[in-house]
Write a protein that binds this ligand. Sequence first.
Ligand code: CTP
Length: 416
Amino acid sequence: MKQNRILLIIGGGIAAYKCLDLVRRLREQGVSVRAVMTRAAAEFVTPLSVGALTNDRVFTDLFDLNDEREIGHIYLSREADLVIVAPATADLLAKMAGGHADDLASTILMATDKPVLVAPAMNPRMWLHPATQRNVKQLKNDGIHFVGPNVGEMAERDEAGPGRLAEVPEIIAAAEPHLANSPIARSVTPLHAKRPLTGRHVLVTSGPTHEPIDPVRYIANRSSGKQGHAIAQAAFALGARVTLVTGPVTLPDPEGIKTVHVETAQQMLEAVRRGLPADITVFAAAVADWRSATTSRQKIKKTGDRPVIDLVENPDILATVANLEAERPQHVIGFAAETHDVIAYAKKKLLAKGADWIVANDVSSTTRVLGGDNNAVHVVTPESVESWPQMSKDEVAERLMLRAAEHLRRTTAAAE
Ligand code: CTP
């Protein structure tokens, strides 16, 4: 049977060393790997070590005339079943998106008629930069396949976020569908590598609560439930069993998710307690801080007197769950909706409520967060503050759940 062939383009980045393992694992699976290195890649790993693992010569320069005579970049670009670019730097992505062909790697990527799988790795700010995001969108439109980047700690101190090279088994799993012959055994990629919340229970609160004054009037916060529902859906997509406890919203119940409808903060607290235990809890609901001390069974009529509503404080659901002894979830995430001094208040809330993370967003009237489809959040942890650029609530949800899955994996591994 014909052997699978991969052309691996190694970009210049600190993660380039992981390509050695990628080559080794691919060859163990019977795949032949030919490597091309950018000039910058050679600063991180030597062509000699890559060549020792591919058992082939490594191609580095477009203008090496001997290479051109012997093999030619067009042939190189087409002889493989799949081209993998790993690590794909911001610069390489920009070149690809712009159609540049000024060195061997970019020329091959322009000339190839084979599927291309890209595994980006870079500093989180570079990944989140609008220019990179624009290029990624363009490349996806052009039919380029992506794996990663993963969220996590960076090689640089105090840097964390999306930008880590996907793990080798994830890259192999993403490559597999493009290899026609003797497919790589699925066993190299456990299911949880692709769906990292498999086997986990995620409980999410969403929407407002309505605190009745009489049968027709209530106290409430503004909340569409879009962000909370999106988080529940993202957790579900990543393999979790999900319980969504939602106040009154106009959104449909998400497919496949156990959705519990409540009206008041007290009902929400009860439903959350019944929903425990959970591995991750996300409190995205805009719970009314107060309720009326008494609820009139009949509609209160205008009598000419000024009505007086006696308010009592509602239970703090987040703080209650974060301070549970036995059933405290491993990871408790709260939200903070603020109109000013967003990060400072979020840090205070983190401590005051006992949460592990607070996702803070600016809901001042200029930001159009409430009811809108976009959100710009700061993820505040005891160690760091990550400010994410404005993105859709779905993207915030996916990124948050990926980040939480990674955190859970680490804390679980550390505890074992
Ligand atoms: N929260 C909760 N139960 C409450 C009030 C808030 O679970 N009774 C949760 C929210 O779901 C959110 C976080 O606490 O995750 C922060 O809520 P927020 O309304 O922003 O803060 P407050 O605690 O109400 O503080 P303040 O009104 O002073 O900003």
